[in-house]
Design a protein around this ligand. Structure first.
Ligand SMILES: [Zn+2]
Length: 417
């Protein structure tokens, strides 16, 4: 249980207090009464009453039926109104572009996914997204007025301040693309951009595997490997929005050579292409799969990686041993990161994870406690799989918008002063 954010009874920070109330109600699950909100947030009964009234009027909260509780005063639970606001999330990915519409609870109301053509012009892709969003909203029967904005999640590096996708190694042709400006010019909604792993950690906190956890990590295993970081209930973005670059964390001293000059960096050891290369070297897959890896075409690499995963699913001993080796390497990364950030929970997602989770998760749950050893003053570190499946980053991208509007960020106080 995390310590809940405490509110302040100063009227000039009403926006912050509203967010504190939403946060308390959202993470409570089956609702809170006004008295319980007041107890949990430290806000006065009068302040809570005023905020709740405004939020009932604006459709953000729902009031349940009065429940009699013995001799005490009847309790009227308040819950988030899922249809009170919506947000659109877009995941720009080397393989597929995913667009979702989520409600205030982060539940997916509409979803569309299409291949990301390797040679498509980024501006064309953004124009296509701008065309798709209104039909996604109307197709779900949602009033466009209730859509709070669009969150874009891209592989890093990004410049969040200017909304620019800088130079992601795995997203071809995306070089210095002013994604927020391009999208904003085509659609009348606020647009925000963040790195995919930032969206990932926010999505899991809002509606996924780490709801209510103040300290959590989100490890994203895809073409690239990155980390989303939540510390003390705040998202750690870093100076330019690119915190979480863990690709050069060494997990195997004898591993493949990396462009950085070291061997066995996480990014070149556990990427789908690296796993396929290892499978070819161990004669689990034919040499033709090396051509796919060397082509650097994400779709071809994915096909070869799927062939390796099929061997794992079929119980091939060599393939299982290869994945077991990967779980040892992953354990090195997780124990290092959990130690650095003193976190309670590590959630893992991404396409590599989703295909191998059945084999990896039980092993990680054995290995991570062993790797951490006895650590005085530390809590055990839970390893969990994403609760949001293959759309985790897109859902997280939509939650970027919800988080900006409705999470009690300390920066919101500074802004309102
Ligand atoms: Zn490296």
């Amino acid at each position: 249980m995390r310590p809940l954010r405490r509110g302040t009874n100063l009227s000039r920070v009403a926006g912050f207090n509203e967010a504190v109330v939403i946060d308390a109600v959202r993470t409570a699950g089956d609702g809170l009464s006004r008295v319980e909100i007041s107890e949990q947030t430290g806000l006065s009964a009068q302040t809570v009453s005023n905020i709740v009234r405004r939020m009932l009027e604006s459709g953000l909260l729902l009031e349940g039926d009065r429940v009699n509780q013995g001799l005490g005063k009847p309790r009227t639970p308040l819950t988030l109104h899922p249809g009170g606001r919506y947000a659109v999330g877009v995941h720009l990915d080397p393989l597929v572009t995913t667009i979702v519409l989520v409600d205030l609870r982060g539940e997916v109301a509409a979803h569309v996914q299409r291949p990301s053509p390797a040679h498509a012009d980024p501006v064309e892709i953004l124009a296509d997204i701008a065309e798709t969003v209104p039909s996604l909203v109307s197709g779900a029967g949602v009033d466009p007025e209730l859509v709070a904005g669009i969150g874009l999640a891209s592989p890093g590096p990004v410049d969040t301040a200017s909304g620019t996708v800088l130079d992601p190694p795995h997203l071809r042709r995306w070089r210095d693309v002013p994604a927020v400006a391009e999208l904003s010019a085509r659609i009348d909604l606020p647009v925000v951009l963040d790195k995919d792993v930032v969206a990932g950690v926010i999505g899991e906190r809002w509606t996924g595997a780490t709801i209510g956890q103040a300290n959590s990590l989100f490890l994203y295993l895809s073409t690239g490997i990155g980390l989303g970081i939540a510390l003390d209930d705040s998202i750690l973005r870093g100076s330019a929005g690119n915190a979480g670059d863990i690709g050069h964390l060494v997990v195997d001293d004898n591993g493949p050579a990396c462009t950085c000059g070291l061997r066995g960096c996480l990014g070149v050891t556990l990427s789908p292409g690296a796993l396929v290369e290892r499978a070819v070297a161990e004669r689990l897959l034919s040499g033709t799969h090396l051509d796919a890896v060397r082509s650097s075409d994400p779709a071809q690499v994915d096909t070869s990686f799927a062939a390796l995963c099929a061997l794992v699913d079929a119980g091939d001993r060599g393939a299982l041993a290869l994945v077991d080796g990967a779980s040892v390497q992953l354990t090195k990364a997780i124990t290092t990161l959990a130690g650095v950030f003193d976190t309670d929970v590590v959630a893992i997602g991404g396409p590599t994870w989703l295909r191998l989770a059945d084999v990896l998760l039980p092993r990680l749950r054995e290995l991570v406690p062993l790797g951490l050893g006895r650590r005085a003053g530390h809590k055990p570190v839970a390893v969990v799989g994403t609760a949001l499946g293959e759309s985790a980053i897109a859902i997280g991208a939509a939650c970027l918008v919800l988080d900006r509007e409705f999470a009690p960020a300390v920066s919101a106080i500074a802004l309102e002063h």
